[in-house]
Structure formats: C-alpha cells, structure tokens
Write a protein that binds this ligand. Sequence first.
Ligand code: ADP
Ligand code: G6P
Length: 478
Amino acid sequence: MTISGPTDGVSELVVVANRLPVEYSDDSAQARWRRSPGGLVSALEPALRGRRATWIGWSGQLPAEGEETLDLPDELDGLGIVGVDLTAEQVELFYEGFSNGALWPLYHDAVATPAYHRLEYEAYHEVNRVFADAVAAQAPEGGTVWVHDYQLQLVPAMLRDARPDLRIGFFLHIPFPPVELFAQLPWRRQLLEGLLGADLVGFQTHDGAQNFLGATRRLLGLEPGGDRVDVPDGSGHRTVRVQDFPIGIDAEGFDALARTPEVQARALEMRREMGGFRLLFLGVDRLDYTKGIDVRLRAFSEALEEGLLDASDVTMLQVAVPSRGNVEEYQRIRDDIELLVGRVNGDLGRLGDPAIHYLHQPIPREELVAMYVAADVLLVTPLRDGMNLVAKEYIACRTVSTGAVILSEFTGAAKQLEAAFIVNPYDIDAVKRALASAAGSSPEELTRRMEKLRANVFEDDVDRWVRTFLATLEGTVP
Ligand code: ADP
Ligand code: G6P
C-alpha cells in the first residue's frame, strides 16, 4: 500500500470514501482521469468545492506487474486529494468480493443472493485498516473526519482507537436493512461496533436509522433511545447520535446547465434523432441489478404490445453506465438487459427506428443534462435504492416545469418526492398503468406535480445536506 498526495495536514475537514472523485481510465490510447461513477461522488464533490477539505480514497488504478501508477493531481478545484492504492488481490477480495458480493446485495433487501466468504472479510478488515491509517496520518489535531459508505464501516472504530482527539462522522449512502436480513451477516457485530466508533452515524432515511438502532438493540444488547445510543467506552459511556440526512444534489448547477443554449440545442437535436418528436421515455442508471432496468423495459414493451402506448407516439432511451463488470451478478444483469432490448427491438422496432435506444457507456455531464431536458418521462424503478439522485437531477433540469417522474416506492427519494408517479416495481401492471397515466396526463397536471418536485429538490439540496450533517456532528444543533 502507498499513499500519495499532500500530507501537510492543514485541511479542516477530512473526507474518506472508497472512491476518489476522479478515477483512472485506461480505455483510450491516452491514460487519463475522469469523474468516478455513482451518486456518492456526483453529490459530494460539488458540495465540497470551496471548502477546506481533503478527500482520501482509491483512484481505481490497478497497474499491471512492473507498471507505474499515474500520479494523481494533488488537488481538484481546491479540494486536496490523497490516493490510497489497493493491490489486485485487495480489489478482488475487498471491493468486488465483500463490498459488492456480500454487503451491496444484503443491504439492498438481498435482491441478489449475498455470498459470505471469510477470506473476503479478512481483506475488508485489512483494507479498512489501510484507510484508517491513511486518515490518522492526515487529519489535523482535533479535526473532523467524515467517513462514507458501506465499503468503510470498520473505519470509525479503528480511527477512534488511533486518534481519540478526532470528531468522527459516518454516512451510509445505501439502505441499512431490517435486522432480520442484517442478522445473516457472520460479521454483524464487528460492523455495528465499527460504525459505533463514530460520534454521528447518518442514513438516507428514517427507516435506515431505525433499522440500525434496532440492530444495536437486538444484536449488541444496547438500549437506544430516540436518536441516540450509549456505547461502553473505557470505564464509562459515550453517546452516538443516529439520524437520517436525505442527500440532495447541486440543483442550481443542473438548472443552470440545462438553461444553456448549447444544452437546449442538443436536446432538440436528440429529439429529432430519436423518432421525430414522439414522447420520449428515459432511464439513466449504473448498470446494476438493484435498479430495476429490466422492470421498466418489460413494462414499456408490454404497454406497446397491449396498445396502452402506441409505438408511433412514444420511444425510449435507456442509458446504462458500466459498473462492477468483474462481479458475476453484474455480468448476468447486463446479459439479461441486452437480451431484453434485442428482443423488444426485434419484435416492435422498425428499420432505423428501434423501440428502445440503448447505450452502455459513461455519458459526459452536458450530454446527460441534454437527455434530461429532452425526455418527457423519466423512469426510476429500483427494487431498492438508498436515495436515487438521477430522479433529482432530472427534476432540477426541468426548467419550465414540464415532464414526469415514475418513481419506485423503494427508493429513498420516494420519501421526499411525493408528487412523482409512485409505483411498486414488483407490480409490472402497476408500472404499465403509471406509464400510460404519465403519458396521458394534462400539461396542467404535470406542471402542478413538477412545481412541487422542483421545490423539494431545490430546498433540500446537497449544500444543505453537508451543512446539516456537519453542524450536527459539530454539536451545534441541539
Ligand atoms: P448510484 O449512486 O447507485 O449509482 P444514483 O442515482 O444515486 O445511483 O447516482 C447515479 C449518478 O451517476 C448520478 O449522478 C448520474 O448522473 C450518474 N450517471 C448515471 N448514469 C450515467 C451515465 N451513463 N453516464 C454518466 N453518469 C451517469
Ligand atoms: C454507489 C455507492 C458508492 C459507489 C458508487 C459507484 O453510489 O453508494 O459508494 O462509489 O455506487 O460504484 P463503484 O463500485 O464504481 O464505486
């Protein structure tokens, strides 16, 4: 393991996440850095701009034997960057294995079967230690450290041992499951104790916070009360606060980008390219089995077959960013989705005019925003999702308050975005009806809904999320 980047320890806030905001990309002739995938980075990075902060994480680089690693930038728009290198074995066991083969499915209602392997947990423990050591070396005396997400749940306790002077916050970006599911985990006690090393543990939803508190009662015998739980500490006790902090987006930034003439022109061009101004349905996701991409493709194709929607009136674009391609379940879902797209287009498409346009690639921000501007209906149908930022990004881009969002009730976002068309993604008929109802709603009804949705997204934006979390951590909120 090597650590690269600034070590002056002057930043006030140290943020630690498995991913850095930039990842190494070797898919072009010229090696380069690009924005890391996923909601954690896209929310947090803009919110930290302009703050004195250092971000510690993995760069996604995996140099072959004898190959040099590419030097990370020391800073990104004023944000200090410190890289933690992982070995190929650690990536396989800690990242692909325990994090994404055990924790990710378990925390998402076990929608795929989690696999528990002792060697992988050992690697998870080892890599969490690497991150904790890197933070301990970096954080200023008495400083504040903010640990992020399921890959690093042991870090808070490791850090508290090494640096009792620090104020430690933890935020879980994904759901925390009910104790009946969490209890499957052979290392459930270690993870709970790891998290309780923090002063504040944050979740996306009230349910997540309650599930965690319930687990400390059932599995550790603690006695949580309200939003606090006392944990043994030396000869006394320490109080850990546990609360929900639903994450937001940089709504102003998306809104401003959506209004630019370039994006508006590109959106028009896209509509022209995709079926000449028919109603455009859009899906945008990391290619992940939790996202219910297959659900919406099925509902869309059945709605066409049954005449609920007319192929001469509607078309669909599904964008899937490649994700965790070495993990078996991700290979399987990619095959399933691509088979489905092929079938639907074979049955329902026409020459030069597919029913579903499908892209499996990362999309630059401006292009993505043009898609949001172009689309009449956004389909967000996860089987379980911590929040879902795509829904919020789409809403922020609907500058003239038109458009509709079909939103799974099993996303954190559904708790806030009540004016969306809320659906149960396990009920394909209900999803079909929601498609038809969004397509058939009057412009006045859609605007009424969209104005409410925009108010939610602009009020609870990512700046507010950062300020509320840090203020609570710093004890300034009673
Ligand atoms: P998750 O964090 O599980 O990936 P979210 O919906 O919360 O899900 O966040 C996904 C983030 O990834 C959003 O910020 C979205 O804009 C971005 N994103 C999704 N698909 C793509 C894509 N094909 N290209 C670029 N960014 C994408
Ligand atoms: C979700 C997780 C993040 C993760 C991201 C991308 O947003 O909550 O922790 O970084 O997906 O996944 P990856 O495995 O590529 O880091």
